[in-house]
Design a protein around this ligand. Structure first.
Ligand SMILES: Cc1ncc(C[n+]2csc(CCOP(=O)(O)OP(=O)(O)O)c2C)c(N)n1
Ligand SMILES: [Mg+2]
Length: 345
């Protein structure tokens, strides 16, 4: 059944003003940070567009879940943590891995299933893992990594360290039992874990309103007396600020937070679901694209004088070159040799 997003989820004209005023504030603070955030989002977007192209050419096999539309969440959240903090994600994780600082070449090679990939070509799109950058995967079971994040939070506290964990998952994971078990323990033991639900309103083809008795997902934190906040996940500065508050709480008070980042995916659930029109209307998708996190932020930075046309073109060219080099690296990387088939398992 086709449907439309209602009420607060619709495009609000005032959204742009909100981004604009944040950008103004931000630009006054540090234009370099603003340009960094824009570049991160653009890198994720161009990387994903190229991955879709490579999938169509048959260079990438298996599953491929694109993050296009949701870039502000990964870019904003990662900008609020330190390099030695941890991040863990579900299977729509290319953006998180890129934003955590992983080399795009190693990620593309993994998507290609090549030996030079992050998981030596044996994991593929859903199993990116980068120990050097404290990126703990890439997990295919919906909600399966939420207790792992909670355990990492426990380990940090047990060892007396001051790192935090960012745990990303979708709206489809919120009613999984493990999320509730994790929330209970994280609050009981006061663990430095920031749970970030990227609410893109659909779990495959199932709309949130058909799957969840509670529509304001952040409110679920209240059952555990855990701090919970909604945030506009199409506004990179809003995400950065919201995650920043949670990080301060985690490091300073050793408390978890549940953030509901309201966002939207433009593409199908995976490359095998190109027919978005089955469970949502094309009009809905087009309407949501008007809130595009990259376009709006870029325009706002230009209005604020933090970016000019030349810099924007240069940034896009640089990022496109990085992605092209990633493809060249992946293409040149060999298939995993047969002898390593049973290694690392
Ligand atoms: C436990 C479990 N049940 C079902 C699936 C099949 N499945 C894969 S993705 C998905 C939808 C999850 O949607 P959501 O959590 O909203 O994340 P999104 O894809 O929107 O990013 C489902 C049901 C699975 N991988 N794991
Ligand atoms: Mg979803």
């Amino acid at each position: 059944m086709k449907r439309n997003l209602k009420g607060s989820r619709r495009v609000a004209e005032k959204d742009k003003d909100r981004v604009s005023s944040r950008a103004a504030k931000g630009a006054g603070m540090d234009a370099r940070v603003m340009r960094h955030l824009l570049r991160q989002m653009l890198l994720i977007r161009r990387f994903e567009e190229k991955a879709a192209e490579m999938y169509a050419l048959g260079k990438i096999g298996g599953f491929l879940h694109l993050y296009i539309g949701q870039e502000a969440v990964a870019a904003g959240a990662m900008s609020a943590i330190r390099e030695d903090d941890y991040a863990i994600s579900h299977y729509r994780e290319h953006g998180h891995c890129l934003a955590k600082g992983t080399d795009p070449q190693r990620i593309m090679a993994e998507l290609f299933g090549r030996h030079g990939g992050l998981s030596k070509g044996k994991g593929g799109s859903m199993h990116l893992f980068d120990r050097a950058h404290n990126f703990l995967g890439g997990h295919a079971i919906v909600g399966g990594h939420i207790p792992i994040a909670t355990g990492v939070g426990f380990a940090i506290k047990y060892e007396g360290k001051d790192q935090v964990v960012l745990c990303f998952f979708g709206d489809g994971a919120v009613n999984q039992g493990v999320l509730h078990e994790s929330f209970n323990l994280a609050m009981l033991w006061k663990l430095p874990v920031i749970y970030i639900c990227e609410n893109n309103w659909y779990a495959m083809g199932t709309p949130l309103e058909k799957a969840s008795a509670v529509q304001d997902l952040y409110k679920k934190a209240a059952a555990y007396e855990m701090p919970g906040e909604p945030v506009d996940g199409m506004d990179v500065l809003a995400v950065r600020e919201c995650v920043g508050r949670a990080v301060a709480r985690a490091r300073g008070e050793s408390l978890p937070t549940f953030i509901e980042a309201r966002t939207y995916r433009y593409r199908g659930h995976s490359m095998r679901d190109p027919s978005a029109a089955i469970y949502r209307t094309r009009e809905e998708v087009e309407e949501q694209k008007k809130r595009d996190p990259i376009v709006r932020f870029q325009q706002c930075l230009m209005e604020q004088g933090a970016l000019d046309e030349d810099e924007w073109r240069k940034m896009d060219k640089e990022v496109t070159d990085v992605v092209d080099e990633a493809v060249a690296y992946a293409d040149a990387s060999p298939e995993p040799p047969l002898g390593v088939l049973y290694e690392d398992v």
